[in-house]
Design a protein around this ligand. Structure first.
Ligand SMILES: Nc1ncnc2c1ncn2[C@@H]1O[C@H](COP(=O)(O)OP(=O)(O)OP(=O)(O)O)[C@@H](O)[C@H]1O
Ligand SMILES: [Mg+2]
Length: 481
């Protein structure tokens, strides 16, 4: 999940749907402490650098920066309205709305906008696979028809990873009016965030991809993760549809109290994959069961976890009521999201770039995929740390060492503060010490992998965002060093 500060550099607005001061006051429940001259505002921004004439600047108090410090900058750019918590001096002519909490006000404004534009909102949360599933749903909807009309060009999606209390509102504020659907990712690293994000998005369709040990420093335990993710179903309007992953007992339990309609997916679900086969290229073929319908699908993404994401995305589209042909076309057009299980042939070797992020479940999924890829070549795993694991950090890395051996990895390359824990787990599980290398820097490890790799090998690069394992990949390829 991106931090508030990272998501802060953005703007949302709809030229055709201008904001009056009255609408902003109504949406936020704030007080107009100073009325201005402009009667209508267009863009709403949290970044003073993108403040524009007759725009609204919301002064967010983030973890690293306080937006109130940038009010003068926003005013220099002739912004016409400020939403603030702290006492603020602004020239006559500028409207100033005072609220108790500017982050909340941003969410309130986005909710108001979401309701007035009125698209079907599809919200995705979960420990792993949110961005991938969101991109799959988008790929499907862009090729689908709803009530006989094509959806192409009428679907909004979260850009990148804008999934937090700033990113989601800014995403919804990008609704321009003609959208019939919005596919949004919602993420959390603190209890209470999913509930609030669900209130803001008010989803018509909601999906929890998975519940696993991730962000434990904020959420405590896997039970804490389940409670937090489950807030999606607890908070959703009962007129909505819960799309339930039946392969995950925690998600199934989280859906029990949901009073609205449910669409069930997974091995025993109404929506499921059958007869899946790994293709020579690493992609996969399968039969998608949508109730009674059967569709033969070729997916370019590798890994059982991505097959599962594809089924979840199909279930969301099915819940929306789009045509099955759009589902097949969308899945077949889907390409890996950058740095998530990207397969590449490089100098006779197969490279998997999964460096975007890591936690125990996604490490397991990636190692399983690495070892299930076709061909006789060796399997090399180049792994960085798994961060934000709280008190379980050491144990998780030791267990990672076990998984490496269990899945059948031939050589292990490690980098980071917890490399020794992973190494000792692998050695305990029986790995030959001569096949384990602990690097001292990104470039040095990249060169070590290059020296050890042979034609025909498959090599997985993976670690948490903070581990920046893409730098090892760059050095491995001899780029940028
Ligand atoms: N269903 C899944 N189970 C386990 N791992 C998965 C699953 N789907 C994707 N992954 C892996 O999780 C990592 C992140 O994928 P993705 O960006 O789609 O997830 P995300 O939930 O959006 O992550 P973030 O919390 O960083 O936003 C990648 O390594 C990907 O291969
Ligand atoms: Mg994401």
């Amino acid at each position: 999940m991106s931090s508030i500060a990272e998501s802060g550099a953005a703007t949302g607005g709809a030229p055709g749907l201008a904001w009056s001061v009255d609408a902003l006051v109504t949406a936020t429940g704030g007080h107009l402490v100073q009325g201005g001259v402009a009667r209508k505002f267009t863009e709403i921004t949290t970044d003073s650098r993108s403040a524009i004439k007759d725009g609204v600047f919301v002064a967010i108090e983030g973890e690293r920066l306080d937006g109130h410090a940038f009010i003068d900058d926003a005013l220099k750019r002739a912004c016409g309205c400020l939403i603030v918590r702290k006492p603020t001096r602004a020239p006559a002519g500028v409207s100033v709305i005072k609220v108790a909490d500017t982050l909340r006000a941003l969410g309130d404004v986005a909710h108001y906008h979401r309701k007035r534009v009125g698209p079907k909102v599809l919200a995705i949360t979960g420990s792993n696979g949110k961005t991938t599933t969101k991109e799959m749903v988008y790929a499907i909807l862009e090729r689908s028809r709803l009530e006989g009309r094509p959806l192409r060009g009428k679907v909004l999606k979260t850009e990148g990873n804008f999934n937090n209390l700033v990113g989601l509102p800014l995403t919804l504020l990008r609704l321009r009016g003609p959208e019939k659907a919005a596919v949004v990712e919602i993420g959390t690293n603190r209890p209470g965030e999913i509930q609030r994000l669900t209130e803001i998005a008010d989803p018509d369709i909601g999906l929890i991809t998975s519940v696993a040990a991730a962000h434990l420093s904020g959420l405590g335990t896997v039970a804490g993760v389940a409670r937090e993710k489950g807030a999606l179903f607890r908070t959703m309007n009962r007129r909505g549809v819960a799309v339930v992953n039946m392969d995950d007992a925690r998600i199934q339990r989280a859906s029990v109290g949901f009073k609205g309609e449910k669409v069930i997916y997974g091995d025993n679900g109404t929506i499921r994959a059958e007869d899946s086969q790994v293709a020579r290229t690493g992609g996969q073929r399968f039969v998608l069961r949508l109730g009674r319908a059967r569709l033969a699908v070729r997916l370019r993404l590798c890994g059982a976890h991505n097959l599962h994401n594809a089924v979840g995305a199909s279930a969301m589209a099915y819940a929306l009521g789009v045509d099955p042909d759009g589902i097949r076309k969308g899945l077949e057009a889907m390409r890996p999201v950058s740095m998530r299980m990207e397969l590449e042939r490089w100098q006779g070797m197969g490279v998997i770039n999964d460096t975007y992020n890591a936690n125990p479940a996604s490490m397991d999924a990636a190692l399983k995929t690495l070892c299930a890829l076709p061909g006789r070549g060796r399997r090399l795993a180049v792994l960085g740390d798994m961060l934000e694991m709280g008190r379980t950090t050491d144990r998780c890395h030791r267990e990672l060492g076990h998984s490496v051996v269990r899945e059948g990895v031939d050589a292990l390359y490690l980098l980071g503060e917890f490399a020794e824990a992973t190494r000792s787990g692998a050695l305990r599980a029986g790995m030959d010490p001569a096949t384990v290398t602990v690097g001292t820097s990104h470039p040095q490890l990249g060169l070590a992998v290059r020296a050890g790799a042979r034609k025909g090998d498959w090599i997985l690069f993976k670690g948490s965002r903070g581990s920046a394992m893409e730098q090892v990949l760059t050095a491995f390829k001899g780029e940028g060093v």
